[in-house]
Design a protein around this ligand. Sequence first.
Ligand SMILES: [Zn+2]
Length: 332
Amino acid sequence: MYRRNHVSLIKKAARLLIPALLLAALLSCAEKKPEETVKETVKETLVTETAAAKSSSRETETTEAEPETTEEETLPQSEEELSDVMITLDPNWEFASCSVIHSGEARLQRAKENRKNIIIGVNAGHGTEGGASVYTQCHPDGSPKVTGGTTAAGAVTAMAVSTGMTFYDGTPERDVTLREARILRDLLLAAGYDVLMIRDSEDVQLDNVARTVICSNIADCHIAIHWNGDGLDYDPGCFCSTVPESLRGMYPVSGIWQEDDRLSGALIEGLRSVGAPILDSGLRSLDLTQTSYSTIPSVDVELGNGASDHSDEALRLRAEGLLAGINLFFGQ
Ligand SMILES: [Zn+2]
């Protein structure tokens, strides 16, 4: 009898405990604390290669009594040091456990000359097969979304990667965002920036959380490229996201939102400077995965809508505007 009671007690406890454990596991992505050592390792490793090259070259220069002031600009770099590096999502990175699609790779490309040692995360929006049928938390702490969009305000989860809109001529948004990202990449590399291409093919198996976490751990900023599905029959112009007031206290947004907004302002200024059309002030308060999970300056840029001209010339103009904005942001 005692034994039976004991067993039934254990069963009762298990019935209570198992759902609690499952809930804890579900929310675990929100509870994972920053692992600074892990976080810094990748950036350090990437920097170390060049730092090592720099330091050995510096030694040579010192013995030859050359001035040290010009070494940064003139260092020769081997092909190997500058070859592309494929980056996968490290499960130990903060918020990595919130991602559901992460078997893909991003591509880090280094400028061949005049390197600034600044890495720009370029995220061609959409382009993840299966991304619209699985969901991720809108916020790392599980709280509901505060503005509308593809996912309505109040929702706790959003599509891991939505399909994106279709231009009125039938072109899918994902194709145009990729073309734009590649044009921007080429301009950035030529200007001496290193580029983390989150998607450099038709499809990448990285959801919006994974894209954001990879950028946070590798890049110095994250620019997600989109065209808006607003249904208007004319192009209203470009705009960038800013962080909604009610999100400014939420970790990790709390530590970076001013820089998110500064980056948005700089990009709009850059786009305006090349004559790209801008919607009103060019800034819209938006609650998006790429800012909610980001520990680096991160913005969404909407370069038009379904009615927009997406010829090579139109895309190049926007890329030049974005480059001008990036230069402004980094004081280059
Ligand atoms: Zn989009």
